[in-house]
Design a protein around this ligand. Structure first.
Ligand code: SF4
Ligand code: SF4
Length: 295
């Protein structure tokens, strides 16, 4: 309801971008992107990218050809399929050849499907033209802080221009690239959603400021997700006993962020190989072996 009419038309059949659509339309994530250019303290590479995903087990990494075969198999069995996204298991734009080859091929064989991508944003400014050329209409960027001092506590290092950078330097580069990427996409008419992982005591109080800044840069939806910090997941945050927000904290935080931007509250933190309606995950039905048998 907060959205202008022009944007509403674009989100009508995307289950993540429209709360109403998620009852009627399905999404598929194809897990073609194994590598990552960031280190997040909540990451455990035995699982999918925690920026977008609930820790499960790591998805079966697919080649672009396998991803296309899977897309066709899912479209045949789930007629509500409207969106195909790349959300890991690492970072979509840290694996640009695999990601763009997958999108190009899906565009050819299933032009009716919308394309969607989620990224930590570090490489985003380099790929805005490619995303626009392929008509990728929806991009999610994970932004956990707009203050590098806070960002450095969450993302201790990055791999940028073939070098590992650490601490404040890394956090500043990441933030500058994220905001430049969001702004460039928004200027070109791409819908940008921002994901933030709420981490009590680290960036929790800071997320309304993130809402404000990303909205100024052109994002239109903020998805505030809870840190999942079970020590058995073996993340750095899990090892130091960092807790996630309580339900009450999360509700309060989403309300605070909603002063500045539309806030998504129906995110399911899906796996990087999720398939089906939000809230159901039929990804396991479309294993590589089964899809190979179908095609
Ligand atoms: Fe892990 Fe995702 Fe962070 Fe990369 S962006 S380090 S895959 S959580
Ligand atoms: Fe949508 Fe959230 Fe699932 Fe991504 S993780 S597909 S935003 S519901």
């Amino acid at each position: 309801e907060h959205l202008p009419e022009a944007l509403r038309a674009k989100v009508r059949d995307h289950p993540c971008y429209s709360e109403r659509a998620h009852h009627h339309f399905a999404r598929l994530h194809v897990a073609v992107a194994p590598g990552c250019n960031l280190s997040c303290n909540y990451c455990n590479r035995k699982y999918d990218c925690a920026n977008e995903s609930r820790p499960g087990v790591v998805s079966e990494v697919l080649t672009p050809e396998e991803a296309v075969a899977k897309t066709l198999a899912v479209a045949a069995e789930i007629p509500q399929l409207s969106v195909v996204g790349i959300a890991g298991p690492g970072d979509a734009l840290a694996n640009p050849r695999r990601t763009f080859e997958t999108f190009e091929r899906i565009r050819e064989v299933a032009p009716q499907l919308r394309l969607c991508l989620s990224t930590n944003g570090l490489a985003l400014p380099d790929y805005v033209d490619d995303l626009v050329a392929l008509d990728v209409e929806h991009v999610t960027v994970t932004v956990n802080a707009i203050d590098p001092e806070i960002g450095a506590q969450i993302h201790p290092s990055i791999l940028f221009e073939h070098r590992r950078r650490r601490g404040l330097e890394a956090a500043r580069i990441l933030l500058q690239r994220q905001l430049a990427g969001i702004e460039a996409l928004a200027e070109r008419g791409v819908l940008v959603k921002v994901n933030s992982v709420a981490i009590p005591g680290i960036n929790h109080q800071h997320l309304p400021a993130v809402s404000r800044v990303v909205r100024q840069r052109g994002a239109f939806l903020h998805n505030v997700m809870p840190l999942i910090s079970d020590p058995s997941h073996g993340t750095h945050f899990g090892q130091i006993g960092q807790r996630g927000p309580t339900d009450a904290e999360l509700l309060g935080l989403r309300a605070a962020c909603a002063n500045d931007i539309a806030v998504m509250s129906h995110c399911q933190q899906c796996r990087a190989d999720a398939a089906g309606m939000l809230g159901e995950d039929r990804g396991a039905e479309f294993s590589r072996a089964r899809v190979a048998g179908l095609s």
